[in-house]
Design a protein around this ligand. Structure first.
Ligand code: KG4
Ligand code: ZN
Length: 336
């Protein structure tokens, strides 16, 4: 069975072809030009998706060595994300489905990330606890089965990735900032500054705005203009350690509260090496299997969308072709 996945929720256009157990192609085209604006410009993003999607689709089929007639299922991200951007991929997929007369499955982007660990040779086992950290979301999720996803914690303000991006901007390192912060942090040789980790009433929730403000205040109090490279490394390392601590300390609490067979991290921030090594320590200590998606499955990609759509299809969850794009995460995870 050849399953096509299409992703266009933000600044990556991606098309993948997978089968039940193989990734035949997973092409990702990143819109680098947003760097010049310090963040994603929605209107420019939609236009770029429009230009990219057809040639990328053709390339993905070529790489997978299949033709249009070989496609058996079409899955596309329906939300959450930028509405104009989502509409490009979603309508492209609907058009394909209509013309090729093959079923179409709209996919929740967050569920795509959540199940991305299943693209790895060593897969998560139900029930599993997942830390989903991206540019727009920070969630602690208990996943009992394909269709039972329970939110047990989330951010009350900024998302983890958003905090990395904002601190990167403060240090003049550009957008997107996660990778840059990690690189600078790795070069730090000094004793870190202890930035505070928020403690909330609801113990599994997160908050990153206080941490972000502390970093800003530290910069304002200590520098007048340009920050020396060495100090950028120190601030990046101090921020990264505090942010990862905020994530992992809640994860440990959750792990004490819920009995699970495996744990996973997912989303763009899951690419962070410091987060990965701290999670590995938690897993080793608790003698529990940790699944970390490989780098290309952490960020936005269409293989995870194809895979999630396929799982829904297997569970006989099929949606009408007039299913619309949605910008925000709904409370219940599966599409209605
Ligand atoms: O999942 P994703 O690609 O897009 C969304 O669905 O939001 O996540 C993007 C986020 C950005 O905020 C980016 O700065 C962050 O993931 N990110 C990282 C790293 N690589 C990407 N954050 C920390 N460390 C990294 N190595
Ligand atoms: Zn994402």
């Amino acid at each position: 069975m050849n399953i096509v996945g299409i992703e266009s929720s933000c600044d990556e256009t991606s098309v993948a072809v997978i089968t039940e157990n193989k990734i035949k192609s997973n092409l990702i085209s990143s819109q680098e030009f947003h760097t010049n604006f310090g963040g994603v410009v929605p209107e420019l993003s939609s236009r770029a998706h429009l230009q990219t999607i057809l040639p990328l689709f053709k390339k993905a089929l070529n790489k997978a060595e299949i033709g249009l007639k070989d496609i058996n299922l079409i899955c596309a991200t329906a939300g959450p994300g930028l509405i104009g951007a989502l509409l490009v991929g979603l309508n492209f997929a609907k058009g394909l489905s209509l013309s090729l007369k093959v079923p179409f499955v709209p996919v929740n982007h967050i569920e795509g990330h959540l199940f991305s660990g299943f693209l790895m040779p060593e897969k998560p086992e139900f029930p599993f606890l997942s830390l989903l950290v991206s540019g727009g979301h920070t969630l602690l999720l208990l996943v009992k089965s394909d269709t039972e996803i329970i939110k047990i914690g989330s951010t009350i303000d900024d998302a983890a990735g958003e905090a990395f991006d904002k601190v990167s901007k403060m240090l003049g390192l550009g957008y997107p900032g996660g990778q840059k912060i990690q690189e600078y942090a790795e070069r730090n040789a000094e004793e870190i500054v202890k930035f505070p980790v928020a403690k909330l009433k609801s113990e599994l929730d997160f908050s990153f705005s206080g941490l972000k403000t502390s970093v800003l205040r530290f910069i304002q109090e200590n520098y007048n203009g340009e920050i020396p490279e060495k100090d950028k490394c120190l601030i990046a390392d101090s921020f990264q350690k505090a942010a990862v601590k905020a994530l992992t300390s809640n994860f440990i609490k959750a792990l004490n509260n819920y009995k699970v067979k495996s744990i996973s991290i997912a989303g763009g921030v899951a690419a962070n090496k410091h987060l990965q090594s701290e999670m590995k320590m938690i897993a080793d200590k608790s003698k529990i299997k940790l699944v970390v998606p490989e780098l290309s499955f952490c960020g936005d990609n269409a293989a995870m969308i194809a895979y999630r759509g396929f799982r829904l299809f297997e569970n006989r969850i099929i949606y009408p072709l007039d299913y619309n794009a949605f910008p925000k995460l709904k409370n219940n995870f599966q599409l209605p």
